[in-house]
Design a protein around this ligand. Sequence first.
Ligand code: PLP
Length: 458
Amino acid sequence: MSLLPFGGPLNEALATRDLAHVWHPCTQMKDHERDMPMIPLRRGDGVWLEDLEGRRYLDAISSWWVNLFGHANPRLGGAIKAQLDELEHVIFAGFTHEPAVQLAEELVRVAPPGLTRCFFADNGSAAIEVAVKMSFHYWRNRGQARKTRFVTLANSYHGETLGALAVGNVALYKDIYAPLLMDVLTAPSPDASAAEPGESAADVARRQMIPMRALLARHAEEIAGVIVEPLVQCAGDMRMYHPAYLRLLREACDEFGVHLIADEIAVGFGRTGTLFACEQAGISPDLMCVSKGLTGGYLPLSITLAGEEIYDAFYDEYAKLRAFLHSHSYTGNALACAVARETLRIFAEEPVIERNRGLAAHLARAAAPLADHPHVAGIRQTGMILALDMVKDRATGETYDFRERRGLRVYRHALERGILIRPIGNVVYFMPPYVISPDEIDLMVRVAGEAIEAATCD
Ligand SMILES: *Cc1c(COP(=O)(O)O)cnc(C)c1O
């Protein structure tokens, strides 16, 4: 297979230098020899990316779910430039700065009620490590040292560092490292696509709460917390579930005395139709992790939010050795805080959530015809995420063998036509920046439809 449609001397020269020394994330590097072009980019503009040859690609996955308001957004770029002339970074122990303080104030103002303390880190996985350590340490400080275990949902994803990997459940990323990982308890996913005939999404939520409650009842004394991705299991094939599950889980966590940890890293900041997905269930978690969209997709930053009850358990005389001594070198980076603060200002000043509602409705209409395709099943949507499964046989639900790499064919075909979508196995999804236009949505979905056709025609 030729990589020529992406070629040209400028692209090829940089791609060659790249492949001589750079080891890319989530990639079998050998794929770049034949199946997967390495595309050097020169600039971005809104939803568009441009390669060295001037070819453009619509970023339909928000650059791995981080970008909210487009590439090279003048307002977000301006916030970083202004901060850059003042203070780029400083040790965050014993020192602070206006961008971090304002960011914490604003985040607490818009977060679910009761989350009043912000612990900073520099990526999503680190925020999960913080939440897990904090939950365990909280119980220890409260004299309940037996509470050391975590409950996770089947098909969940919480990042790639060892602690985050341990509380996740995607076999492709996790299984190989199993000997290195702490042991967790796993409850079934409330994934609405597993509905039995006549069952609604809310019914599935209630049904799947039964084994979760049984697990909590049996192991409450040794469980520190339950960790979930509210409403959408993004890396786990974009499986979606009903908010009733979160409401019932909140009740169960209270009843059995365990923390509810919400991983809003992918779904936070308007992605699901509300600023945070937890809002749709009307609940507040005990710990909440945010990252990705926090900086509008500009710089790495994450925050783990906690309430006063958890904060107080660490607050004591130094000699009692109860403090949370976790740290990262770039904790509270001023540039990242400045652009995160600007991101939250955009939410405060512009009707982003309302605009997204219109865009999400448009996306639903544009994608509806895909449901008629003989190899498409399970179209599902939560706000600005729409996903579908490519299946071999719609009648039986039989899927394609992963070795056929149909998703990779969709990826290539769409790229050739200027759309960046990056299927997860046989799952094709759209998760565009919020600055996409209705016409661009139409283009994105039309090209994806053609790509699916090309990838499933044999
Ligand atoms: C991406 C993601 C993470 C990990 O964040 P990184 O910044 O990639 O470490 C954790 N949880 C969820 C739900 C994610 O989507």
